[in-house]
Design a protein around this ligand. Structure first.
Ligand code: HEM
Length: 442
């Protein structure tokens, strides 16, 4: 079905968007980051350039989703905040999150996951995810187990950092993966790197989406490992909640778990990035410490630290491309969008829009602390009915991690990008190159 009336980008503007926005974003690794590509993107400031390209292209076309001129694929980009909100609010029908390229990418390790399912089975799988992850509750019902796990691992990490004098990203990631395995599978899995290693290999293939064949044997072994964990789930773990949860037909519990393992990665990045900002922003650090000192919730309710994680994710979104695909033709005010049309919401365009957003390039967690919703799409966790069901759990664990890391220690950047509260923060934060200096606070 032809598109009628929707603005269509010229071949040149389509090429600009492909080369300047899509390519650098995909090169960084949509499913697992490639550290060298993140470093290069930071050095060349490609993420800032990408936002600039979108801004210029947007200014040349009338309102409405912008159709790209591609030979084979029907693809649109939404550029107006209201259109982005419409797409998110009307997901999963008619705007399905199960877009073709996402399906191909995630099928490398979780072919029956909710995010790439459609119709009634999606409803069943999403309901299971929400139930296990306690989506509607700011404090997960297993917080009494999870928060001490975070504190213990972060304390171990700090002890090591105090011994060596510094805290590089790699050490943080090892400790964070221990947290993830204990939260997901229980204490017995703390040092069992087998499943972590398998999913890393499969995610590397996932970066290539349909360009790489699926390693069926590895995937089968990986999913069998998860099924075994669920069958012998340790009490107090997410796996135990999953094992006990009532399930609809075709819920495919083992295929829901890899998304947790995979998605805890960006949560770790957000912690380390926020920590790096604290190390360079004395006012933010002071506000964080005031909250920790005054806390009476056992580190379950730390609004400023939660907001700091959200702010790190606004500045450096870990899902910069939110993808949808129409399940049927969709009528917009400006014209008709065909069925099977891909839609891209490029989050950094909204997150860094200094024309509409106060302190768009600075660290301002306060923006997340007001109840007012001005309708501007700040969507690090997506939005609408497909919003990340793990959002509250992520904010609980990451804020507890930050509390442990800044309480009682002073931090400074020894290696990595220079950040300065007086200057705009960079478009890319290369967490891989950061080494923090750690000393006891006197
Ligand atoms: C900072 C960390 C995280 C970020 C930024 C994040 C972000 C997102 C985003 C943007 C989506 C929606 C994608 C879309 O709209 O197409 C999503 C989906 C999802 N996330 Fe997260 N996520 C994070 C961590 C987690 C964790 C730790 C879990 C589980 C423990 C989780 C579970 C899920 C699930 C199950 C979905 C699929 C939802 C569905 O099928 O409707 N996420 N996440």
């Amino acid at each position: 079905m032809p598109t009628t009336g929707l603005p269509t980008a010229s071949a040149l503007d389509t090429a600009r968007l492909l080369m300047g926005v899509f390519l650098p974003t995909v090169a960084k690794g949509p499913i697992i980051r490639r550290p060298w590509a993140v470093g290069l993107t930071a050095r060349l400031d490609l993420d800032t350039r990408a936002v600039g390209i979108v801004k210029k292209v947007h200014a040349r076309y009338p309102d409405g989703p912008l159709m790209l001129k591609l030979p084979v694929r029907k693809q649109a980009m939404v550029l107006a905040p209201g259109d982005a909100n419409t797409v998110l609010a009307r997901s999963p029908e008619p705007f399905s999150p199960a877009s073709s390229e996402k399906k191909a990418a995630l099928s490398h390790f979780q072919p029956y996951n909710s995010l790439i399912s459609r119709g009634p089975v999606r409803t069943v799988r999403r309901a299971l995810q929400e139930q296990v992850l306690d989506t509607d509750h700011p404090v997960h019902h297993l917080a009494a187990t999870f928060v001490p796990v975070v504190e213990e691992e972060m304390q171990g990490l700090l002890d090591e950092a105090m011994r060596t004098g510094s805290l590089p990203w790699g050490d943080f990631l090892d400790a964070w993966y221990r947290v993830v395995r204990r939260v997901v599978f229980g204490d017995h899995a703390r040092d069992d790197k087998n499943l972590t290693a398998m999913i890393i290999r499969l995610r590397k293939d996932g970066n290539w989406s349909f360009l790489k064949p699926v390693r069926r044997k590895t995937r089968a072994r990986f999913l069998k490992g998860i099924s075994d964990e669920l069958a012998n789930a340790e009490p107090g773990s997410l796996a135990s909640v999953m094992a006990a949860a009532p399930k609809g037909d075709d819920a495919e519990p083992a295929h829901q778990v890899p998304q947790w393992l995979f998605a805890f990665d960006p949560a770790g990045m957000a912690v380390f990035r926020a920590l790096t900002v604290f190390a360079t922003h004395p006012e933010a650090m002071a506000a964080a410490r005031r909250e920790i000192d005054a806390d009476t919730s056992g580190r379950r309710h730390l609004p400023y630290l939660r907001a700091s994680v959200l702010e790190a994710l606004r500045l450096w979104p870990t899902t910069p491309m939110i993808l949808r695909q129409t399940t049927q033709p969709v009528q917009w005010a400006q014209g008709l969008m065909p069925a099977d049309c891909g839609i891209l919401i490029y989050a950094p365009y909204f997150h860094r829009d200094e024309r509409s957003l106060r302190s768009a390039h600075n660290f301002a967690p306060e923006r997340w602390l007001t109840d007012e919703d001005d309708g501007w799409p700040l969507v690090p966790f997506s939005g609408g009915p497909v919003v990340c069901p793990g959002k509250q759990l992520v904010l609980l664990l990451t804020s507890a991690a930050l509390a442990s890391l800044v309480d009682g220690h002073d931090l400074r950047i020894e290696e990595g990008q220079a950040l300065d509260p007086g200057n705009p923060l960079p478009g890319t934060m290369d967490n891989y190159s950061v080494r923090l200096g750690v000393t006891a606070r006197v």
